[in-house]
Design a protein around this ligand. Structure first.
Ligand SMILES: [Zn+2]
Length: 125
């Protein structure tokens, strides 16, 4: 399952950051999910909830942010957020909102990024 390996990668990244900062606890993790990342956010959230058990991320609040698909149209040079036709969930069509062209360059919205981690350190209080 795609979401499982994604979730595992996110957890590893968070744990690595937490460890290198000598964190005793992780309070909050913000994850950006691109509209074109082919990820089901609910499913990802569920798997994350399972994977964080018995780690220092266990009680963290997981915040998921939806990142729109940003494109540049080859036909009309429109630059901005694309229209996404998700009739086929695994191969959504990315369209220019101005001229309906499918010949667009995708600039943003394909990635999953751990944007922010709030940690607690031993000397915080
Ligand atoms: Zn266009």
């Amino acid at each position: 399952m795609h979401e499982l390996s994604m979730a595992q990668g996110i957890i590893n990244a968070v744990l690595e950051t937490a460890e290198s900062n000598n964190a005793t606890d992780v309070n909050e993790v913000t994850i950006e999910i691109g509209r074109l990342a082919m990820i089901n956010p609910e499913q990802l959230e569920f798997i994350l909830g399972v994977l964080v058990e018995n780690t220092i991320i266990q009680d963290a609040k997981i915040v998921i942010e939806d990142i729109p698909a940003e494109i540049e149209c080859y036909d009309c040079k429109f630059h901005g957020n694309a229209v996404i036709d998700e009739k086929d969930h695994y191969a959504p069509l990315v369209k220019c909102p101005e001229c309906d062209s499918l010949s667009v360059e995708i600039l943003n919205g394909k990635d999953i990024v751990v944007k922010n981690i709030v940690i607690e350190k031993p000397d915080d209080n």
